[in-house]
Ligand binder design. Structure first.
Ligand SMILES: [Zn+2]
Length: 90
C-alpha cells in the first residue's frame, strides 16, 4: 500500500512541482495523459522545473499629486516638499 502511494506521488511529481507556475494547466494535463510514457513524464518534469512562477503585482493607489520618495520609496502627501519617512527633499 505504501509503495502504491509512493508510486502515485512519483507519477504526479511534475504536477506537484509545477502547480503554482504560469503553465500549471499544461504541465498537469501533460503529466496526467502522457506521464505513463516515460518521455512525457520527463518533459513534464523539465517543464515544471523551468516554468516561470506567477508574477505578483501589487496595486498601490496613489492620491492625486502624491509621489514616491526616491530615497526610501515611501508615499508622500500631495504637495509635500519633504519625505515623512526619511526627510529627503521630494
Ligand atoms: Zn523617503
Amino acid at each position: 500500500m505504501l509503495t502504491l502511494l509512493f508510486l502515485t506521488f512519483l507519477y504526479f511529481l511534475p504536477a506537484i512541482i509545477g502547480r503554482d507556475k504560469r503553465d500549471a494547466a499544461g504541465i498537469i494535463l501533460l503529466n496526467l495523459f502522457l506521464g505513463w510514457t516515460v518521455i512525457g513524464w520527463v518533459i513534464a518534469l523539465i517543464w515544471a522545473c523551468t516554468a516561470e512562477p506567477y508574477a505578483l503585482v501589487h496595486f498601490v493607489p496613489v492620491p492625486r499629486g502624491g509621489r514616491f520618495c526616491c530615497q526610501c520609496g515611501s508615499l508622500t502627501y500631495p504637495g509635500a516638499h519633504f519625505c515623512t519617512a526619511c526627510g529627503r527633499t521630494v
